[in-house]
Ligand binder design. Structure first.
Ligand code: UDX
Ligand code: UDX
Length: 450
């Protein structure tokens, strides 16, 4: 089939490349000309396991900044642009609206085409986008009978985006339109039925998943995405809340998470306590859900509590550092990790950055290192006052305390004895509990976990 994805961010590029791999003819469209140039040179715009190798294959995958170059022949058009938070927590719909405008003004359909919203959008937005595109197409003299619409939320995680795309637990299609459903099912059938040849560029799972396909209406599909993401976020906040109590009562939070996870109804995932959740989904989706509820005068105390506990986790860490050092003014804090989680170079909405800012606002100097995120951080946070360091040793040199803010595996095996010698005071705050089970390696430190 002929496919167009509008947006070549995490969702767009992984979807586009995976669909090309299973045999479709795909165009990736983006307003960012730099991104498109990189993609034309087979370079991934993001650091994602296997993506460079996938883009190097001889696929039918092309890129452009000009939607009109490809939309006319498309059978399926994905909207996969971002929906970041506005200051009041509402989702910013400017980009999805602009994508809808672009489709509406360039497409004059002469065959069936299904327009699919993959971006996470508040409940009701699929319907609004459909209306807008239908109006625009009609005003251009286009025939609306060829237009079909569906919501197809994306559940991929950064860092394992291709793994999640090729081996999903579930596939949700939200539409009342039979043809839209059939087209989308046919497009993804090799993935839904797991019949494609397993690619060598990503580690294969031990077993192919028994992917569940759920057909529902658009509103329910939109809500499945929010309800899932926010459930995972509150699972983490719950683990963090328990960890805070365990710190007072005594006990081993690692064992407690393990013990809870042994119950199949609870499952072992997303129970790791630490600095809390960040990234481009959990924070914005929890705020957007609260904002949707507020519009209807409906309170969501559980979701609000998850957000509050997440914020408290970061404040608690900064206060622990303050209590230990007595004053932060003029102190040098080494920060290991800037990305919002390991195995990504994404430093946006990162808890590590939040605590660094808090420390700096209290007068500390933050010397930060990250194995993958430095390049992005140097661009995005160039005016924030960080001292960016090329090695953990540089960051630790002369530091009054060190914080592990992202649980990168490489940090476990750095020369901790050397780090200890380099610091002014060997005080370690392990905000991701990376060394919790390896305390012998950091025996020279005054150690605090989270
Ligand atoms: C996606 C979803 O779209 C978002 O709703 C979901 O919650 C998280 O995943 P993501 O792919 O991570 O977002 O966004 P991002 O990496 O910011 O990429 C969006 C891309 O769309 C960018 O490359 C941007 O240049 C492009 N874009 C944006 C357009 O092509 N057109 C626009 O009008 C706006
Ligand atoms: C998430 C969802 O998992 C994915 O399904 C959705 O489509 C997009 O949002 P992502 O943001 O890439 O994916 O990261 P994820 O691996 O879910 O982690 C989110 C945050 O939670 C990170 O900051 C991570 O450090 C934190 N986390 C995760 C914990 O603090 N504890 C855990 O046990 C798991």
């Amino acid at each position: 089939m002929h496919v167009v994805t509008i947006g070549t961010g995490y969702v767009g590029i992984n979807t586009a490349a995976a669909l090309a791999y299973i045999g479709h003819s795909v165009w990736g469209v983006d307003v960012d000309a730099g991104k498109i140039e990189r993609l034309k040179a087979h370079k991934a715009p993001i650091s994602e396991a296997g993506l460079d190798a996938l883009l190097a294959l001889p696929l039918d995958l092309k890129f452009t900044t000009d939607l009109s170059e490809c939309v006319q022949t498309a059978d399926v058009v994905f909207i996969a642009v971002g929906t970041p938070s506005l200051p009041n927590g509402e989702a910013n719909l400017a980009y999805v609206m602009s994508a809808a405008e672009d489709i509406g003004k360039t497409l004059v359909p002469d065959h069936d085409v299904t327009i699919v919203v993959k971006s996470t959008v508040p409940v009701g937005v699929n319907e609004m986008l459909e209306r807008r595109i239908r109006e625009r197409v009609a005003s251009n003299g286009g025939d609306g009978k060829y237009l079909h619409f569906a919501s197809n939320p994306e559940f991929l995680r950064e860092g394992t985006a291709l793994l999640d795309t090729f081996y999903p637990d579930r596939f949700v299609i939200g539409t009342r339109d039979d043809l839209a459903y059939q087209m989308l099912y046919a497009l993804f059938e090799p993935i839904i039925r797991q019949t494609f040849e397993m690619p060598a560029f990503i580690e294969a799972p031990a077993m192919r998943p028994d992917t569940q396909c759920l057909r529902t209406d658009q509103i329910s599909a939109e809500m499945i995405k929010y309800a899932s993401n926010v459930f995972l976020a509150l699972k983490i906040s719950y683990a963090n809340e328990i960890a805070g109590l365990v710190e007072k009562l005594g006990g081993n939070m690692a064992d407690i998470s393990r013990g809870m996870g042994m119950d199949r109804r609870i499952a072992p995932y997303f129970l790791q306590s630490g600095l809390g959740w960040g990234g481009s989904c959990f924070p914005k989706d929890s705020l957007a859900l609260l904002s949707m509820a507020r519009d209807y005068g409906y309170e969501m105390p559980i979701v609000q509590a998850a957000v509050d506990v997440n914020a408290r986790q970061k404040t608690n860490l900064v206060l622990k550092i303050l209590y230990k050092l007595h004053t932060l003014a003029g102190k040098r804090i080494a920060l290991l990790g800037l990305t919002f989680k390991p195995r990504t170079d994404d430093v946006r909405n990162s808890p590590a950055v939040d605590i660094a800012r808090d420390l700096m606002s209290r007068g500390a100097l933050v010397a930060a290192h990250d194995p993958e995120g430095l390049e992005q951080a140097r661009i995005i946070y160039k005016d924030d006052g960080f001292v960016f360091c090329n090695s953990p040793e540089d960051a630790a040199n002369g530091a009054d305390a060190l914080v592990i803010a992202t649980e990168w595996e490489v940090y476990r095996t750095i020369d901790w004895a050397k780090i200890c010698r380099l610091m002014r005071k060997p005080i370690l705050f392990d905000a991701r509990n990376l060394m919790r089970d390896h305390r012998d390696l950091v025996s020279g430190f005054d150690y605090t976990g989270l």
